[in-house]
Design a protein around this ligand. Structure first.
Ligand code: 6PG
Length: 240
């Protein structure tokens, strides 16, 4: 695994750098496998980037399959829905028409049912014989408590080594969650972490200081074959 930390003055500089790296990864994936599969996180931080990408025509969108990293178990129309946020950012304006948008279905009876249905979708896409789905690019945020995706400090989901998708529980906000598991994140060819603002500095200091463990789930994301890039602004990451 290779890791790089890239610090930028402000958001738009980060977005342009991420866009360029996304373009390179997508071109290689399409050239080698005919498709580019990316799993995208929710939360507030990536919204600006998704809006930035929604205006990028010169991307292989027709060969792109967009998946979710995680979701809150809320009605599809809820303000807290990550899928709704994706539709209203990356897919707004109608310029970005990916070959497929694989949303986590939250219209069922439980978060566990949603997880099983989404895993079924992934197995259809990546092949039932696959040990793990190998995403070309996974975009992750970092919570102030060190969570990433919907993998929370000390959560039992951190030990999952069989399932690709599980239900989890957030200590705050929308409590019931659905999330990709650590083995899936660590099977990715490329992982981006995106963190901005001074409130993310302490958790980044913990990660860059070498802390690793169940209390800091983001520190457990170490893609074995992949590349890890951490994109931050100065407030979050200067001097780390
Ligand atoms: C979610 C995200 C979550 C997010 C972090 C950071 O569903 O909320 O997937 O993992 O990336 O909580 O959230 P912010 O970007 O809002 O700080």
């Amino acid at each position: 695994m290779s890791t790089e930390l890239r610090v930028f003055e402000e958001g738009v500089d980060i977005w342009r750098a991420m866009e360029q790296r996304w373009r390179e990864i997508a071109a290689a994936a399409v050239s080698e496998r005919g498709t580019f599969r990316t799993a995208l996180s929710g939360g507030r931080t990536p919204l600006g980037f998704y809006c930035h990408m929604s205006r990028r025509r010169e991307m292989p969108w027709a060969e792109t399959e967009v998946f979710q990293v995680d979701e809150r178990f809320v009605p599809p129309g809820s303000d807290e829905s990550n899928l709704r946020m994706l539709r209203r950012s990356l897919l707004s304006g109608g310029r970005v028409k990916p070959a497929g948008l694989h949303g986590i279905p939250t219209d069922g009876a439980s978060a566990d049912e949603a997880a099983r249905r989404y895993e079924e979708d992934l197995r259809e896409s990546f092949g039932r014989e696959a040990a793990w789905p190998v995403f070309d690019l996974v975009l992750l945020g970092i919570g102030r408590d060190g969570h990433t995706a919907s993998l929370f400090p000390g959560g039992p989901e951190l030990e999952e080594r069989q399932r690709w998708v599980v239900a989890s529980s957030s200590p705050a906000g929308a409590r019931e969650r659905i999330t990709l598991t650590l083995p899936v994140l660590n099977s990715a060819r490329n992982v981006f972490f995106l963190a901005t603002g001074a409130q993310k500095r302490p958790v980044l200091q913990r990660v860059r200081g070498g802390e690793r463990g169940r209390d800091l789930p983001c520190s457990l994301v170490r893609p074995g074959i992949g590349k890890l890039a951490i994109f931050v602004d100065r407030a979050a990451g200067s001097g780390l």
